[in-house]
Design a protein around this ligand. Structure first.
Ligand code: NAD
Length: 290
């Protein structure tokens, strides 16, 4: 079994991006700039946004963090988004999900200018991605493609099972891996909460992408020998032995599955850091497209 080291790979990507920023600066050009909007004080969201902002600083990107009260009205949030749409020095921005219940996610995502939608959640980008046109690919599936490519894992003709059909991970992942592309050409099955006999599908799979959000769901007896495992899940589990009071668990029962896998992503240190690296890559793309 080999680890698909997302931490190391993301550091390499960030180093490549830092070199590109250094070239821009040597040409007296401004650096790319990413903004993030965070509503409320959810601990996990705050951690994600902070590490995105920190990564920007590390590679020389500009960054802006806009923190809004949990009680902010939908109209106020939409106004913030319009301001970011119109701000010429902001190349791309994200609105960290989930949003409070009184705010309509879809309305918010639809307000983002697709040219600055570096999360790739706007219907224009999602549609362009599905049609194999230039688009911002959502950062998590994009990071998984990059990880598979850099570890030279063959996907052509392989049986892939993606577990979970969310708009931000499972569904775009299933579309991308089925497309005619360097990392693609796979035969993809998209499994979800209504799927019957999931184990009969996962046992046939050469590659499994687990993105359902249930800690340690995929067990060793559900996979075949030599399988490649991409674990997207991140669940906080109470653990009093940790300083933080919790530990992070993936959707894969690591011990039993790793014993059979040829490659596997750890949690943490797998898909998570790749997601951040690809968000930065999308921001550089937005900068160059301007
Ligand atoms: P979601 O909650 O939006 O969707 C979960 C999906 O799993 C649904 O489509 C549902 O049908 C499916 N599902 C639920 N129970 C199932 C079951 N028993 N069998 C098969 N399918 C089932 O999830 P999401 O937003 O895609 O996130 C999934 C996980 O990935 C979460 O743990 C989340 O925290 C994590 N995540 C990680 C990153 C990262 O960067 N590493 C990014 C996004 C999400």
């Amino acid at each position: 079994m080999k680890l698909l080291d997302g931490k190391l790979t993301s550091e390499q990507i960030k180093e490549e991006l830092a070199q590109e920023v250094a070239i821009l600066k040597s040409q007296n050009k401004r650096a790319p700039h990413l903004a993030a909007v965070l509503v409320g004080t959810d601990g996990a969201s705050l951690t994600y946004v902070n590490s995105k902002v920190k990564s920007c600083e590390k590679i020389g990107f500009g960054s802006t963090l806009i923190q809004l009260e949990e009680t902010v009205s939908e109209n106020e949030l939409l106004k913030v988004i319009e301001d970011l749409n119109n701000n010429p020095v902001i190349d791309g921005f994200i609105v960290q999900l989930p949003l409070p219940k009184h705010i309509d996610d879809q309305k918010v995502l639809m307000t983002i200018n697709p040219d600055k939608d570096v999360d790739g959640f706007h219907p224009t980008n999602f549609g362009r991605m599905a049609l194999e046109l230039p688009a911002f690919i959502p950062a998590t599936p994009y990071g998984i493609l990059e990880l598979l490519e850099r570890y030279q894992i063959e996907t052509s003709g392989k049986n892939v099972v993606v577990i979970g059909r969310s708009h931000i991970v499972g569904r775009p992942m299933s579309i991308l891996l089925s497309q005619k592309r360097t990392v693609g050409d796979a035969t993809v099955t998209l499994a979800h909460s209504k799927t019957r006999n999931l184990t009969s599908l996962t046992k046939q799979a050469d590659i499994i992408v687990a993105a359902l959000g249930i800690a340690e769901f995929l067990k060793g007896d559900m996979v075949k020998d030599g399988v490649v495992i991409i674990d997207v899940g991140i669940t906080r589990i109470n653990d009093t032995s940790k300083k933080s009071g919790f530990r992070l668990a993936g959707d894969v029962h690591f011990e039993s599955v790793a014993a059979k896998a040829s490659y596997i992503t750890p949690v943490p240190g797998g898909v998570g850091p790749m997601t951040i690296a690809m968000l930065l890559k999308n921001t550089l793309l937005a900068y160059h497209r301007k």
